[in-house]
Design a protein around this ligand. Sequence first.
Ligand code: 6R9
Length: 649
Amino acid sequence: MADATIAERWIEPPLQAREHTLCDADTYEAMYRRSIEEPDAFWDEQAARLEWITPPETIADWSFDPVAIRWFTGGTLNLCHNAVDRHVAAGRGETIALIFEPDDPAGEVRRITYAGLQREVIRMANTLKQLGVARGDRVTITMPMIPEAAFAMLACARIGAVHSVVFGGFSPDAIAGRVEDCASDWIICADGAVRGAKPVPLKAHVDAALQKVAAKAVLVVRHTGVDVTMVAGRDHWYHEASQGVAEDCPCEPMAADDPLFILYTSGSTGKPKGVLHTTGGYAVWTETTFRYVFDYRPGEIYWCTADIGWVTGHSYIVYGPLQNGATALMFEGVPNHPDHDRFWQVVAKHKVNIFYSAPTAIRSLMREGDGHVTKHDLSSLRLLGSVGEPINPEAWRWYHQVVGKGAVPIVDTWWQTETGGIMITTLPGAHPMKPGSAGRPFFGVCPQLVDGDGQVLDGATEGNLCISRSWPGQATTIYGDHERFVQTYFSTYPGKYFTGDGCRRDEDGYYWITGRVDDVINVSGHRLGTAEVESALVLHPRVAEAAVVGAPHDIKGQGIYCYVTLNVGEEPGEGLAAELRAHVRQEIGPIATPDFVHFTPGLPKTRSGKIMRRILRKIAENDFGSLGDTSTLADPSIVETLIDGRQNR
Ligand code: 6R9
């Protein structure tokens, strides 16, 4: 069946999803309408599921021009209390909060109850306090996917410290940049990580980062047992430092608009920006979206395969599920180790009911054949989810038919680091699905499609995706650079939040994300600024200039395509291409490793010296027929040279 046919077909939610849901189609319509017509009343009601120390005085309190975003003003609460303590107080202390499945299938599974989680978080919180961490301080966390990563985040939330989680796969330079940007004096890491049996020297990376920036203390969780260097007076083993700390630790009352965390993400220009989320709005948004999108029921096992270093891990491994009292699985490993059935083996082993993953993982497993899936009993699955990039209808169909046996709804959830949680999705019991479309706006979300001139387009159309009103999960600033926040998101279309994504809306009001319209590429669901890769390339002594674009890639969605010009006298070759790949990997981290290095004597530039990326994108896509007008180039002949270079690859 051709993709187009599948994509156009509606797929009704299976009967079990329709019969057993918090929200059917009529309820969605009524709730959505109310969330738009009476937002204050609507969000006041949703927020009432949380425990507030002081209830908010004002619900929505924001403006996009000038930009000032506040929610639940006057309210005080603690997110750790809402995610952990209140469940224990309500007699749910023996419910399992986290199931840890290690990298090694034969390794030890850990099951942590809400009462156990409370003890662990208090132990971590008091250890941090003992090291001098106080309310408002920034704490960098770079950890493997182990429960201690969640303890560390929750411990910060408990004492009012602001966590900044840095993905464990980042290079020392990337860690140093992020520590420096938010002046974080404390770092929590593990000795090492293992992913697919491959060791990652986490503590050594932190040591190398601390050659460039200073930190007061490093707290090291023993995990793999690898040898590490401990710097006296600076580095502390967690199991030693936590000895004898007190067994209670009050939850700090936080104002709704006090910062909760910073998370760095790539933009189209400059260095990664520290997106800041505040406490109250983020708490309500992750609680509400998790509740309605995953339609969680007590006793179910929920598994999100994301890493804690990305926003999906923050919102849908830690804060969303735990606020709902859910049982969340945390997986340390990778989809294809020791074999391509690892995900499905884990689903069968733990009888997972809700499985939330990414198109890149689905595509890579689909390629290995159905046998890896069908040999496991996946009958526990009730709901499947997708996030991170558009899912192509072919992969959607495989996910639906082979993994879900055609009997399980899929939620394709569109959102961003900046949105805090899910924004566009179908709801499992309410909406028919269209493969490849994220679906309908979540409560309170007002998407608008806008043309290049800022004109709002109505009906079935395509344009740049903006959101015209604030929602509780919205990031409030970029740490230390509010002007950049305003510039990045609110200056293209004044008065609206611009997402950076292109999007089509069909006649049924379903949204189809078409991908980024800025210089951000989406590699395996991870955002990477082309400028970051370019800066890394030109640091190499033999490189004169570089231009980086995304190119279609079967598994990763987009691959990293680098056009490189060398300094005079340097010779291109396979050896140098490999060296450049290793160099970028070293500078940024393995996720930024270039897929294609295309040496060229020059780049297509206008007379004013601007690189015409449009042409470079088309050539990388092997699409030479629609290069558009090239007559304004300073040297139009470069286009032929580039095409020849592409064809000879
Ligand atoms: C949650 C997350 C955000 C960018 C976003 C868009 C792409 C995410 C998507 C999707 C199509 C989906 N994206 N989910 N595109 N369909 N369901 O991934 O956050 O890392 O900040 O990336 O990812 O391009 O703008 P983040």
